[in-house]
Ligand binder design. Structure first.
Ligand code: NDP
Length: 434
């Protein structure tokens, strides 16, 4: 804490991981201390901070802060998204980069952990302004990335449009056509099923968890927060698997739709028109719109937070338990506060942390890298089947690590321990260079 002041999200993420590593660390404490493995693991390899000047539509020069955290490349090139949101700061990106190390290790694919972004807010900006920002951002970032070095991707605020502008500028600066970003368009190296991957993967792991406990998604009521990339495809897959999803939210309000969310309308509102959920509610007679937050008051069997960090609090967790929720799985990164997580686990609610539950997105990003390397494109079914297998493997890994080192169904410990062992063993094998 003293070395990294004013980074509460990073402290929260690091504490959660370190606490759950006790069963592995304590029996070998002297060894881990001598190797300084925990210090090495919690210190980023590199933190790149830079200025992003750009000109708005009024001719006014604007200045944003740009970041890229290259956290750990023990098992592969740094990999992780770029977040564009006014709340972005160093501590938030360090928390995300740190989590990414374990998540990427769990995917079974060779990718290290990183994260980046800016406090630029794409909301309300014209396409030209977004392009001007992206070109300026990449003019610095391109020096630090490469297909075998660091491969950024999308995250909050960074979708297909932004990846396109960033990729165009990379190509212009380097004159080379390489798989240096993922989430690309299908005509220029993108992978089928990447758009769907995080949301679909979340439901594949929930499905696996429920089946493992003699249940299924068929006929279950599900609440989802968020209305972005993760939320939309989580809702779509949940409905394909026979569940009814009754909520969605954005940062100003939420909808309750007892008939089940109309995914086609939601996609049209959010993906085509870039409009607010009020537009969804206006066009859907069965939907109620509420200002503010409140998704978790709705009674549901399964709750899927898919918006942002710390959006499901202890009070929300108490409401979920009162309402008989059986499972919570994190589509977003760290959406559940530590107190809420602890409470849910204590009360016997199955809880799958984001580093396992939302790993489908980065897994398909790694498959996009494979396709770029062989200059081939796989079919949707091929990628989707691989994603499904990866999510099943992740479930098996975290479940058996939980049973071996902590306790049955403690998926938080299972995910942290399984990810840690893979990265720590590799760091030791590669010596003190990393
Ligand atoms: P999007 O930008 O597509 O959507 C984010 C959604 O969350 C929007 O509905 C947004 O509402 C809402 N939201 C954002 N910030 C807040 C806030 N402070 N309070 C309330 N609501 C908020 O992002 P994604 O769907 O891609 O990402 C969602 C989460 O999933 C993030 O935590 C991200 O890191 C994580 N994730 C994403 C992956 C991916 O492949 N996309 C992969 C793994 C994790 P509004 O439009 O009003 O801002």
């Amino acid at each position: 804490v003293a070395q990294n002041p004013a980074q509460p999200e990073f402290h929260q993420a690091a504490k959660e991981v370190l606490d759950s590593l006790r069963p592995v660390i304590e029996p070998n404490e002297e060894h881990y201390r001598k190797e300084a493995l925990l210090e090495r693991l919690t210190t980023p390899d590199r933190q790149i901070l830079f200025k992003v000047p750009w000109v708005d539509d009024n001719g006014q020069v604007q200045v944003n802060n740009g970041f890229r955290i290259q956290f750990n490349n023990a098992i592969g090139p740094y990999k992780g998204g770029l977040r564009l949101h006014p709340t972005v700061n160093l501590g938030i990106l360090k928390f995300l980069g740190f989590e990414q190390i374990f998540k990427n290790a769990l995917t079974t694919l060779p990718i290290g952990g990183g994260k980046g972004g800016s406090d630029f807010d794409p909301k309300g900006k014209s396409d030209r302004e977004v392009m001007a920002f992206c070109q300026s951002f990449m003019t610095e970032l391109y020096k630090h990335i490469g297909p075998d070095v660091d491969v950024p991707a999308g995250d909050i605020g960074t979708g297909g449009r932004e990846i396109g502008y960033l990729y165009g500028q990379y190509k212009r600066l380097t004159t080379s056509y390489q798989g240096v970003l993922t989430g690309k368009g299908l005509n220029w190296g993108g992978s089928l099923a990447r758009t769907e991957a995080t949301g679909y993967g979340l439901l594949y792991i929930v499905d696996e968890l429920l089946k493992d406990h003699g249940q299924s998604l068929e006929g279950k009521t599900v609440t989802v927060s968020g209305a972005g990339n993760v939320a939309i495809y989580a809702i779509e897959k949940a409905q394909q698997l026979g569940a009814k999803v009754v909520t969605a939210s954005d940062s100003t309000g939420w909808v309750y739709d007892p008939e089940g969310i109309d995914v086609a309308l939601l996609k049209d509102v959010k993906e085509n028109r870039r409009a607010r959920l009020t537009a969804y509610a206006e066009e859907r007679p069965s939907a109620e719109y509420h200002e503010g937050r409140g998704v978790w008051v709705v009674k549901a069997d399964v709750a899927l937070p898919c918006a942002t960090q710390n959006e499901l609090t202890l009070d929300d967790a108490k409401t979920l338990v009162e309402n008989g929720t059986v499972a919570v799985a994190e589509g977003a990164n760290m959406p559940t506060t530590p107190e809420a997580t602890e409470y849910l686990q204590e009360k016997g609610v199955f809880f799958v942390p984001g580093k396992a539950a939302n790993a489908g997105g980065v897994a398909v990003s790694a498959l996009e890298m494979s396709q770029n390397s062989e200059r081939l494109s796989w079919t949707f079914e091929e990628v989707d089947n691989k994603l499904h297998d990866i999510m099943k493997d992740i479930y098996q890994n975290i479940s058996s690590a939980a049973e071996k080192y902590a306790k049955k169904d403690d998926f938080v410990s299972g995910a942290n321990i399984a990810g840690f062992l893979k990265v720590a063993d590799t760091m030791e094998a590669q010596g003190t260079a990393i």
